[in-house]
Write a protein that binds this ligand. Structure first.
Ligand code: UDX
Ligand code: ADP
Length: 461
């Protein structure tokens, strides 16, 4: 039996350790965090994050071999393997501000591990980190005269929110990067052994540390690049009367391109894509590769353009003004099946609409509390309404911001009847039946498709 510790009980640490505990009943898994309220929530039935399937797994393992605690020092002392999944936000000050990762939480954690250890340990980087962070961490950890040795392993997490449990239970691959030193040949198998309890060996990939750290950034950059690529084409479709869904289908059937991650949308969100790409951009600048930096930076620029374009389209469709008009935004989460609003395009649309003096109503089944926190002072100017029908009541426009399945199944006749006319719908996720909405009487605007509206001189309908 090993004592596995995870420092950081967030979106990554919590679900990852729950799945490890479930599949490794012979190991004791403890998750610690400085945030006492968060640990209390992990110990209750009201978990701090919404993730389908998570509560069942926590129920099965909690108190058996899965523990949540605030006692960081004691748990460090008792641990054999320490996963670190503390946050690494974008730095907002000094050199690299706006792009580089802020590693202060990571460094504090490394020092805390050193202070509280009386035996050698394996330290696993789970948070996304810039390439060569492990080197700095190893130096801090191994700067002791107590004969302690720490191996730093990179084991980036590829789970996506909303499908975290499925992704962890059945991963495409588990990546473990280690140094090619003598002791690391021992450390690598120890981390791999944990995953081998449920992941087929051929999917456990071992690389050198730097490849592993870089692969995480590159995987996210490639995924986001596909979305920005199709979103760029959506703008062209709107000008040419091509339909972006048809284009995506046509190109996705080419097995070299593949069909996934080609859904045009109001933009990508989430804690990783923007942060990791900017991190990659900063690395390229640091290593004096300006052309490479600009290439990847464009993926983020295109995403910002897509969010702004969505609001511009709303304004121009609604007779060039949304001032004083009630606009109901359906969805605050950055994607369906999560309560997470970090970098959510919905919140960017809220900010832009408030700038235009619209009366913004925000609806979501799980994410309103996070949305309120993320909006800060602006939250006072937003109406938060979990019920989509109440949100749409008396609105001039509704806009789909998150692809919650329930939003495709609403009674749109009822919604239309309760709205100010002419009534507008803007589908930022292309999940609605646009022709049916048009026939109800809505003026329909989707991403990358010709509009369907009832105004005269409209060539499209
Ligand atoms: C991502 C990576 O997928 C995951 O491997 C990594 O560990 C963390 O970052 P996540 O951000 O949780 O996961 O969700 P993801 O499914 O990748 O979606 C990110 C954003 O892209 C969402 O806002 C989503 O709505 C958007 N998206 C996704 C699109 O707009 N179109 C698509 O075709 C796919
Ligand atoms: P992620 O999406 O990467 O999991 P989160 O912000 O959800 O990011 O989680 C990171 C967690 O790490 C937070 O709950 C935060 O309180 C915790 N954390 C940050 N610094 C420390 C630290 N020094 N010791 C313990 N926990 C920490």
């Amino acid at each position: 039996m090993s004592n596995i510790l995870c420092i950081g009980a967030g979106y990554v640490g919590g679900p990852t350790m729950a799945v490890i505990a479930k599949n490794c009943p012979h190991h004791r898994v403890t998750v610690v965090d400085i945030n006492e309220a968060k640990i209390a929530a992990w110990n209750s039935d009201d978990l701090p994050i919404y993730e389908p399937g998570l509560l069942d797994i926590v129920h099965a393992a909690r108190g058996r071999n899965l523990f949540f605690s605030n006692e960081i020092d004691r748990n460090i002392a008792e641990a054999d393997i320490i996963f670190v999944s503390v946050n690494t936000p974008t730095k907002h000050f000094g050199q690299g501000a706006g792009k580089a990762a802020d590693l202060q939480y990571w460094e504090k954690t490394a020092r805390q591990i050193l202070e509280n250890s009386s035996s050698s340990k394996i330290v696993v980087e789970k948070s996304t980190l810039p390439v060569r962070t492990a080197e700095a961490m190893e130096r801090i950890l191994n700067s002791n005269n107590r004969g302690l040795h720490f191996d730093v392993i990179s084991n980036p997490e590829f789970l996506a929110e909303g499908t975290a449990i499925r992704d962890m239970e059945n991963p495409d691959r588990v990546l473990i990067g280690g140094r090619e030193t003598e002791s690391c040949h021992i450390a690598d198998p120890a981390t791999a052994e944990i995953y081998a309890n449920w992941v087929p060996r051929e999917r456990i990939l071992t690389t050198n540390l730097w490849s592993s750290e870089l692969s995480k950034l590159v995987a996210n950059a490639f995924l986001a690049q596909r979305i920005s690529s199709i979103n760029a084409i959506s703008a062209l479709c709107e000008r040419t009367e091509a339909d972006v869904s048809e284009v995506a289908r046509a190109i996705g059937m080419d097995s070299r391109i593949g069909p996934k991650f080609l859904r045009a949308s109001v933009g990508f969100g989430g804690s990783c894509f923007r942060k990791d790409i900017l991190n990659l951009v900063y690395l390229c600048e640091y290593y004096n590769l300006p052309e490479v930096a600009r290439y990847w930076e464009q993926v983020v620029t295109m995403n910002e353009y897509q969010e702004k374009r969505f609001v511009s389209n709303m304004i121009s469709a609604m007779f060039n003004s949304v001032a004083g008009k009630r606009v109901a935004l359906l969805g605050a989460a950055f994607k369906a099946n999560t309560g997470d609003t970090r970098e959510s395009p919905a919140l960017e649309v809220v900010r832009e609409l408030l700038d235009e003096h619209a009366l913004v109503v925000l609806s979501d089944p799980y994410a309103l509390e996070n949305a309120r926190l993320d909006l800060g002072a602006l939250a006072d100017r937003v109406i938060f309404e979990p019920d989509p029908y109440a949100a749409a009541n008396s609105a001039h426009a509704i806009a789909i911001m998150t692809e919650w399945a329930d939003y495709a199944a609403l009674d749109y006749k009822r919604i239309f009847a309760s709205m100010v006319k002419p009534a507008f719908v803007f589908d930022g996720r292309n999940i609605l039946d646009h022709r049916a909405l048009y026939e109800i009487g809505f003026n329909v605007y989707a991403i990358g498709k010709p509009s369907l509206n009832h105004f005269i001189n409209n060539g499209n309908c």
